[in-house]
Write a protein that binds this ligand. Structure first.
Ligand code: HEM
Length: 527
């Protein structure tokens, strides 16, 4: 008993002195001690996780911190991205595994490994690949419009429908599969798995070592296993599919076409028709751009599912919200659509729609105010440090950019909190928009590989929707009350919007009344 007491005493003494010396070091000696920031943040990353967990709104907490401490806050430091930056991925990207051979390209730390693997993804998003995807995105938009028409007069949940739309695009373009969300109107179970996954990452990724450790404890990640297995199954099913199935064009259930699909081999001479086939092709061919292992391949598939759907869904839901809030902007867009396509929806083509710059201006303005990836990617400064104006940040320091804060900073954007798409068009030079920081798809080597697919999907959805319908809130007075914007994931790939109600009436079918209700999915509703 006495011995036990001594061990306890010694352990307490050891831990107390260890923690005290670490605290003194972090507070007064650490290279970053001159940077202002909350006391607790200087001591432990648990405080950041605590802030993130409060309402799963780390961006709001960051706003408060920057207001209090200025541009540079210890725990969140702005830096420049772009091709010239010497910054690389930080330890944040090790939250799944620190071994690059086991994780997806989107989390790979090693500069050369990432650059090598990125090539397979670049092929999947080349101009030729996008021309293959384009009619399939349009086909999904047609299904969305059919649902809107079929539900006239009834409330439509625009957040959910945005997700159903982008999830089906991801299914087809990502895996060559039809997940049928837009046909059934029911959300695929993987959608709630994505949200759950993101919610955990939003909080625990502030402590990447903890997430990493939890992943290694048997059973600790049991909650994810269903989703992980589902993603793995998508890849494995794909691996068994013969190339002639591509002759069938749009997604088909391959087992119905090739009941004995397991017996078939991969024809790698075929031009792949979806993202995962490009990655698989590299893998099967042992190409230099291939994922280095089976776990890495399967982790890549999870990136396709999550990055390929949630980001664009949030962007679309936000755009619908802004169009409802600003009817004069919707009218201007409709006038431009009518001008380019005087015969209405029947004369709609993507070639005509994409010539309307105002559509892109609306998309950019919406993403400026409501970026789908609110925090930007976490980076580590180069060994020689980083000079930003008069501030020097030492080398090997983890930093990240609060994207939404910068993109709504009055110093860079006039009327920065207002939705003014014209700042990207006729006011661009006068307001200096082209010189303002804007990186919603990130920049440089780690920039979004899916940007062109996202823009294609958004252009198609916004133009077809606006051409057919007026959009307004069902009850205008709830608008501001419902504002709340939840970013689950400060560095990548997830967010949700809160409840909004929208009413649509169509200019072409004026008798129609369609209600959109934008409401939060999977997260407690905030009013
Ligand atoms: C509006 C929609 C989208 C936005 C705002 C967006 C934004 C971003 C951002 C900011 C990054 C950098 C993250 C970081 O630094 O860690 C990124 C990376 C990435 N995005 Fe997107 N994204 C969108 C849509 C898509 C789509 C549709 C895909 C298709 C699969 C996609 C796939 C990826 C991938 C694979 C990466 C990692 C790139 C790399 O590591 O080199 N994204 N995205």
């Amino acid at each position: 008993m006495q011995a036990l007491g001594r061990v306890a005493l010694l352990t307490t003494l050891f831990n107390t002195s260890l923690n005290t010396s670490i605290s003194i070091y972090r507070l007064f000696v650490h290279r970053l001690h001159p940077f202002p920031g909350p006391f607790a943040c200087k001591l432990t990353r648990f405080y950041s996780a605590f802030l993130a967990a409060k309402n799963i709104q780390y961006n709001v907490e960051l706003k408060r911190l920057h207001k209090q401490y200025g541009d540079f806050v210890r725990t969140a430091l702005p830096l420049s991205y772009g091709p010239q930056t010497g910054c690389r991925r930080s330890t944040w990207y090790g939250h799944v595994d620190v071994d690059d051979t086991k994780i997806c390209m989107a989390l790979s730390h090693d500069f050369n490994d990432h650059r090598r693997r990125r090539r397979a993804w670049d092929r999947a998003f080349s101009i030729i690949s996008l021309s293959v995807y384009e009619p399939r995105v349009i086909a999904q938009a047609k299904k969305l419009m059919a649902q809107v028409e079929a539900n006239q007069g009834k409330p439509l949940d625009a957040t959910t429908w945005s997700m159903l739309f982008t999830f089906d695009i991801m299914g087809d373009i990502g895996f060559g599969k039809n997940f049928g969300n837009l046909t059934t109107g029911k959300a695929h179970p993987a959608i709630s798995a994505i949200r759950d996954n993101m919610r955990v990452i939003a909080v625990v990724s502030h402590l990447p070592w903890l997430l990493n450790m939890l992943g290694k404890i048997p059973g600790a990640a049991a909650g994810y296993q269903g989703f992980f297995k589902w993603c793995t199954d998508q890849v494995e099913t794909k691996r068994k599919v013969l190339s002639p199935r591509y002759a069938f064009g749009l997604a088909v259930d391959e087992t119905s076409v090739y009941p004995d699909a397991t017996q078939q081999s991969w024809d790698h001479d075929e031009y792949p028709q979806d993202i995962i086939s490009w990655i698989l092709k590299a893998f099967i061919d042992n190409d230099v751009s291939a994922p280095p292992s089976e776990p890495a391949l399967h982790d890549d598939s999870r990136v396709v599912v999550i990055a390929g759907s949630d980001t664009t869904a949030l962007a679309l839901a936000s755009i619908i919200y802004f169009l409802a809030k600003h009817p004069q902007i919707l009218q201007k867009l409709q006038a431009e659509l009518d001008n380019a396509m005087p015969n209405g929806p029947r004369s709609w083509t993507y070639d005509k729609a994409k010539t309307i710059c105002y559509i892109d201006d609306i998309i950019h303005e919406s993403l400026r105010l409501r970026p789908s990836v609110s925090g930007g990617g976490y980076r580590v400064t180069p060994a020689e440090g980083l000079q930003i104006d008069e501030v020097f940040i030492p080398g090997d320091v983890n930093v990240f950019v609060p994207q939404q804060l910068i993109q709504t900073d009055e110093r860079y954007y006039k009327f920065s909190k207002e939705f003014i798409p014209e700042r990207w068009g006729e006011k661009k030079v006068e307001w200096g928009t082209d010189k303002a920081p804007y990186f919603l798809f990130s920049l440089g080597i780690y920039g979004c590989v899916g940007k062109n697919l996202a823009m294609l999907s958004l252009r198609v959805a916004v133009s077809t929707l606006a051409q057919r319908y007026d959009i307004r809130f069902r009850t205008g007075d709830i608008l501001e009350r419902c504002i709340g914007y939840i970013h689950h994931f400060s560095a990548a790939f997830a967010s949700c919007v809160s409840p909004k109600e929208i009413v649509n009436t169509t200019p072409f079918l004026r008798l129609l009344q369609v209600f959109f209700i934008l409401h939060i999915s999977g997260v407690k509703v905030r009013t």
